[in-house]
Design a protein around this ligand. Structure first.
Ligand code: FAD
Length: 308
């Protein structure tokens, strides 16, 4: 059995594994896809102290750094079930799709999250070529340009306000006839001179010239009329879904949005089980934040181990 078993191999999981292994304890990392969301990213310009890198390069560096230590890396392993220890200080069990199962005195859950996609033609083709999901990450790439934000919930309206300060013009497109965002955010958005809001509109296609986004097509839901917008960027803000489906039968407390609830040391509601990164309730989903949280959870797990 392991002392620390990390489930998930993104920035949070890699940081957890390194911090745990450096304590000289038996450490394992099991991940469906080592590297995580970083593998789907191109330019990264906010990884502090590294002015520019690219996702696949950072993912390779994460793996290389973990391999400096005696941590067991088990890639292509999808966890499907968690059985918490029967008593405090006992071993927790993680069951994988392959049928294998692993036991550990502490766990660090870092299975991340995924952006909900529109699933319209052109979206996948132009991902990272104008289609973006993270305004903190990609906003500055569209300085002075025209962009759309899809979604009028809090994250969409926050993104539109944020982008309006950087880009030339923002069109917010909401499917329903009203935005769901908090009133104060809506008021702020409406006060901005370079923002247009289109309600009751269904985005049907991302348009491009083969290399980059050139616009989008939407349908006015009431009239059924098809319209087009010319723009360079589309920020999809229709939800970030935590990868916690595999935990619904465990006793780990999840928030109403399905995120794992943790305390200030990264511990979940079950003693000895920790969590870190995008899968938790910690706000602002970013690489540097996930790494900090992963390091913190590993130190929390170590603290737990020396007391039990
Ligand atoms: P993830 O990176 O999501 O990693 C989760 C890990 O868990 C993966 O290894 C996954 O395979 C594994 N996993 C999931 N489910 C299971 C399971 N059931 N069993 C086993 N393993 C499982 N952030 C920035 O700071 N700067 C940027 O420029 C930036 N750009 C981005 C661009 C894009 C297109 C995207 C999608 C995200 C971007 N982000 C950026 C956000 C950043 O990638 C995330 O905040 C960060 O990767 C979160 O790290 P994490 O380790 O918590 O989760």
């Amino acid at each position: 059995p392991f002392d620390v078993l990390v489930v998930g191999g993104g920035p949070a999981g890699a940081a957890s594994a390194i911090y745990a292994a450096r304590k000289g304890i038996r450490t394992g990392v099991a991940a469906e896809r080592f590297g995580g969301q970083v593998l789907d990213t191109m330019a990264i310009e906010n990884f502090i102290s590294v002015p520019y890198t690219e996702g696949p390069k950072l993912a390779a560096a994460l793996e290389e750094h973990v391999k400096e230590y005696e941590a067991d890396i088990m890639n292509l392993q999808r966890a499907v079930k968690l059985v918490p220890a029967a008593d405090q200080g006992g071993e927790h069990e993680v069951v994988f799709e392959s049928g294998a199962s692993l036991k550990s005195r502490t766990l660090i859950l870092s299975t991340g999250a995924r952006w909900r996609e529109m699933n319209v033609p052109g979206e996948a083709e132009y991902r990272n070529k104008g289609v973006a999901y993270c305004p903190h990450c990609d906003g500055p790439l569209f300085k002075g340009k025209r962009v759309a934000v899809i979604g009028g919930g809090n994250s969409g309206v926050e993104a539109a306000i944020d982008l309006a300060g950087i880009v030339g013009h923002v069109t917010l497109i909401e499917f329903m006839d009203e935005m769901r965002a908090d009133a104060v955010l809506q008021k702020k958005l409406r006060s901005l001179p370079n923002v247009e809001i289109i309600l009751g509109a269904r985005t049907t296609e991302v348009n491009g010239d083969g290399t980059r986004v050139t616009g989008l097509t939407f349908e006015e839901r009431v009239s059924g009329e098809i319209k087009q917008l010319e723009l360079e960027g589309i920020f999809v803000q229709i939800g970030l879904v935590p990868n916690t489906e595999w935990l619904t039968d465990s006793s780990i407390e999840l928030s109403p949005r399905g995120e794992i609830v943790i305390d200030e040391r990264g511990m979940t509601s079950v003693p000895g089980i920790f969590a870190a990164g995008d899968v938790t309730t910690v706000p602002y989903k970013q690489i540097v934040i996930a790494m900090g949280e992963g390091s913190k959870a590993a130190l929390g797990a170590f603290d737990y181990l020396i007391r039990h």
